[in-house]
Every structure is written in structure tokens, then in C-alpha cells.
Design a protein around this ligand. Structure first.
Ligand SMILES: Cc1ncc(COP(=O)(O)O)c(C=O)c1O
Length: 489
């Protein structure tokens, strides 16, 4: 652990005083259960913190005050859609009727929860233009894994197991090739054209009878809409392949365009981005997968159905091959509750407006910085844009990393750095629809002032951030030598 942090805030275990407690259980009034066999029992005690309630509350409050979140300040982290998470969603997800449920309860006792899941499936189906939906996957990458599993099962069922290649643009998010890989597919890279879109000639040359699917996000990770999307879908389908839509960028299109209409066959959405549920730090997310009718038999079960006869809701398990399961029980239910609250609060016009303002804000910010930096590709963007600072670095010695760290000192969360990898010294800004014009103006001013500092006093930025509790960390060492568990000395 970093020595500085250790001094500023010890771990809870280090605050421990033997015997100190925050809670006292009442004496048990039920017979003691039989203990498990000694062969499977731990030897010795467990190292757990022993602290009073006040010590614990203060410890976490101090930690919370050292971190930065959406509720603290602007968070233009590209590709992550760090929009505001309305507190109404939290209030809904905290209702006893949702939190006190057990996933194995009798269906008659959880009709409300099932109805919510059913309505969520229907809403998402309408938004993406695909009729089949599973809410089970617990993150975007998990949705990708599930969607590609559906594609794999589809071809296996058709006797086309030779289709073992997934085509993925070089600009794609790293989880795309990773998900293809864990599904046993071979990953084939598709080049980007000079305008940052799919290189059509390269795509044509790589499509063949072994292609299972093209995996694409639209707008792509450069924030650019793939204008050839209908032709791309036609080409892939002509070769017998399927179209996979990485819906992590759906915040740009919601209510305006549907992946189903663009020719995609299967899609995952990130509820923890587009639909305003909290994320970050590996917290629980939700990555529902939707598919067109021909893929229905391969969509993981259970899904929720409504019986026409009496209007009751039930879990539908399907038969035989349909029983694929991708997570415990029915996914991260309370994340779905939050997202459903958001959909209801916004309404269809509100969702469409959210995308409109997300795109407007990104373009406003882009234009307000164009006298210092212009996007690496294209001009008009969708919900995000990517600056390439390679020349700026040559001129000033100040890197994209220095600029990002400098922003922290000025009260902003940094944009995404060094992604997509096809842009050198990349900074990717996604302001989202949540931010006001005033905030966008201050972000632009902050970038202008950092630019000025870079030209007059570059050294000042190499050590940024200086106003935080932890200064510049050694990011390479953190990746190469991660210390993921408590070490006593
Ligand atoms: C374009 C894109 N695809 C997929 C993902 C993966 O989503 P998750 O982080 O929920 O696994 C992300 C996450 O940032 C993304 O930006």
C-alpha cells in the first residue's frame, strides 16, 4: 500500500482494537446448528477488523471525502457515460418490496418484481428494435460474452461450427476481442479508414464463410457515426454472418435510431451508462442482451413472460438447449429497478432529449476547444470526441497524461486517456447530457489554461496533480505489481 495513504488514513484493520465492537447480537434463542465437518473448517481465527461504529463511520467518511465522483464534480470520462444518477432511482431501488425479496420466492408473491422485469424487457426491446431480451448479464463485457455465446450456439445449431471468426474494428473497446476470445472465437481486426470509420475494402477482404459476426459499436469509439452501416450489415449478412452491436455507446442514439433497424442481430446495453445507474470501481452493473427472432432459442433463460389468459407474470425457462445460464438467479435486479425508474421518469421524449443534449454538449465542448486542439478524426461528433495530442507533446513536452492529471487540480475528473489506441496521445471527452453550459465553459477554460501552462511552465504539469491527497502514482508499477490483498507488514 502507498505509504502516504497509510499515514493519512489507515486501513480499518489497522484501526482495530481487540474486543471493540460496533454491534452486539442478542443472545441466540434457537438451538445451535451442527458445525460443518472439521475437514472443511478453517484452522485458527479470521482476521477481521474490530472497531466501534463511530470509528467505522469516520473511516469511510474520510475515505469518501478523498475520492471523486459524479456527485462531486464534472466527469467527462469518454466511453463511460458518467451521467448523473438521479436520487429518485435510489429511492425506488431501496423500497422494501424490492430489497427484501428472495430470488427463489414463489412467483405469486413477487408479481410486482416480475412485472417490472417484463416491462423493462419490453421497453428495451422497443428502444433497440429487437423482440427477445435477457436481463441476466451483469456488465457490458458480460453482455458481450452472452451475446457472442448466442451467436456461437446459433451457428452450432445450424451445423456451421466452421464460423469461428469475429471481425472487430481496430478502434474497438478492449472488452470486444476479450469476449470473443473467451467464447473460443478467433479475432480478426478490421482497419479504420482515414476518416475513422470502418474501412470498407478491408472489411470486404476479411469477410468469408468462416465469419460468425462483425462486432461493432455505433457511434464508434471515436464518437463517429458509421455512415455505411446499412451497407456493412448487407455485406456481413450476404456472407452468412451476423451483426453484433456493442450498445455501450447507445446514449448517443437513444430514441433516434435503433440497432435493429441498422441490421444488427444482437445487442447488449449498459444500463449502468445509458440508463443512469451508478458504476465505476467494478460496482454492480447490468448488461441486458437483446436479439432478433431467429436467435430466440439461444437467448439465456429464464426470461419473464405475461400469460395472456390471466395477465400473470412468470419466469419462462424454455426447453432443452434454451436453458443456458450466465449468472446466478436473474441478474442484478436492483440495477434494473434503478434503470426502469429512469426510463419511467424520462418517458420516451425525455430519453430522446437525453441523447440530443449528450450530442449537443459533446459538440459544444469540441468546438469551444478547437482553437487549441481539434479531434483526431472527423469533425461533427456524436456523444464524445477524441483529441490526439501527439504534436502538442512534441512541441511542449507535455503529454496527454500530464494534461489529464492537470485537470484534476482544476476540479475535473480526467477524460479517458490513451484510448482508442489508434490515436496517439489520446484524450477522449464525453461530457454527457447532465452538464450545464457553464460547466462545459469551465472545462474548456481549464483546458485552455493548461495549454498555456504547458507552453510557459511545462515542468509544472509533469508533477500534477499536486492538490490531491495522493499525487502522481506510478501507474505502470500499479499494473505490473498489483498488491490486491492486505499484507500484515
Ligand atoms: C464501447 C464499450 N464497450 C464495452 C464496454 C464494457 O462495459 P463494462 O465496463 O460494463 O464491462 C465499455 C466500457 O467502458 C465500452 O465503453
Amino acid at each position: 500500500m502507498d505509504e502516504t495513504l497509510k499515514v493519512i488514513e489507515p486501513l480499518l484493520i489497522e484501526l482495530s482494537v481487540p474486543g471493540r465492537r460496533g454491534f452486539k447480537f442478542a443472545a441466540s434463542d434457537v438451538p445451535r446448528a451442527q458445525e460443518p465437518d472439521s475437514a472443511i473448517r478453517r484452522e485458527g481465527g479470521v482476521l477481521l477488523p474490530q472497531a466501534s461504529e463511530l470509528d467505522t463511520v469516520r473511516h469511510f467518511t474520510r475515505l469518501a471525502s478523498m475520492t471523486f465522483g459524479v456527485d462531486m464534480g464534472p466527469y467527462p470520462l469518454g466511453s463511460c457515460t458518467m451521467k448523473y444518477n438521479p436520487k429518485l432511482n435510489e429511492a425506488c431501488a431501496s423500497l422494501d418490496g424490492f430489497t427484501a425479496l428472495h430470488p427463489l420466492q414463489d412467483e405469486d408473491t413477487v408479481q410486482g418484481a416480475l412485472e417490472l422485469m417484463y416491462r423493462m424487457q419490453e421497453s428495451l426491446s422497443e428502444l433497440v428494435g429487437m423482440p427477445c431480451c435477457t436481463l441476466a448479464p451483469c456488465a457490458g463485457a458480460h453482455g458481450e460474452y452472452t451475446g457472442l455465446k448466442i451467436i456461437r450456439s446459433y451457428f452450432h445449431d445450424k451445423g456451421q461450427s466452421n464460423r469461428n471468426r469475429i471481425l472487430i474494428p481496430v478502434s474497438a473497446h478492449g472488452t470486444n476481442p476479450a469476449s470473443a476470445n473467451v467464447n473460443g472465437f478467433e479475432v480478426v481486426e478490421v482497419a479504420s479508414s482515414s476518416d475513422g470509420l470502418v474501412d470498407m475494402d478491408d472489411l470486404r477482404s476479411k469477410l468469408d464463410e468462416n465469419t460468425a459476426a462483425l462486432m461493432l459499436t455505433n457511434p464508434n469509439t471515436l464518437g463517429l457515426f458509421e455512415t455505411d452501416i446499412l451497407e456493412i450489415s448487407r455485406l456481413v449478412h450476404e456472407k452468412g454472418g451476423l451483426m453484433y452491436y456493442d450498445g455501450a455507446n447507445f446514449n448517443a442514439l437513444m430514441g433516434w435510431a435503433r440497432p435493429g433497424d441498422m441490421g444488427f442481430d444482437v445487442v447488449h446495453l449498459n444500463l449502468h451508462k445509458t440508463f443512469s445507474t451508478p458504476h465505476g470501481g467494478g460496482g454492480p452493473g447490468s448488461g441486458p442482451v437483446l436479439a432478433k427472432e431467429h436467435l430466440r432459442p439461444f437467448v439465456p433463460r429464464p426470461t419473464v413472460v405475461r400469460h395472456k389468459s390471466d395477465g400473470r407474470y412468470a419466469l419462462s425457462w424454455g426447453r432443452g438447449r434454451r436453458r443456458t445460464k450466465v449468472c446466478a438467479f436473474w441478474g442484478n435486479f436492483l440495477v434494473v429497478v434503478r434503470a426502469y425508474a429512469y426510463i419511467l421518469a424520462m418517458g420516451s421524449d425525455g430519453l430522446r432529449a437525453a441523447s440530443t443534449y449528450a450530442v449537443l454538449n459533446a459538440n459544444y465542448l469540441r468546438v469551444s476547444m478547437q482553437d487549441i486542439f481539434s479531434p483526431a478524426y472527423g469533425s461533427l461528433c456524436k456523444h464524445e470526441f477524441v483529441l490526439g495530442l501527439a504534436r502538442f507533446r512534441e512541441e511542449t513536452g507535455v503529454s496527454a497524461l500530464d494534461m489529464a492529471k492537470g485537470l484534476i487540480d482544476l476540479g475535473f475528473h480526467p477524460p479517458t486517456m490513451y484510448f482508442p489506441t489508434i490515436v496517439h496521445e489520446a484524450l477522449m471527452f464525453e461530457p454527457t447530457e447532465s452538464e450545464s453550459k457553464d460547466t462545459l465553459d469551465s472545462l474548456s477554460q481549464a483546458m485552455h489554461s493548461l495549454c498555456e501552462t504547458a507552453r510557459t511552465d511545462a515542468g509544472a504539469l509533469h508533477g500534477a496533480p499536486v492538490g490531491t491527497i495522493i499525487g502522481r502514482v506510478d501507474e505502470v508499477r500499479a499494473v505490473k505489481q498489483p498488491v490486491l490483498k492486505y499484507q500484515e507488514d
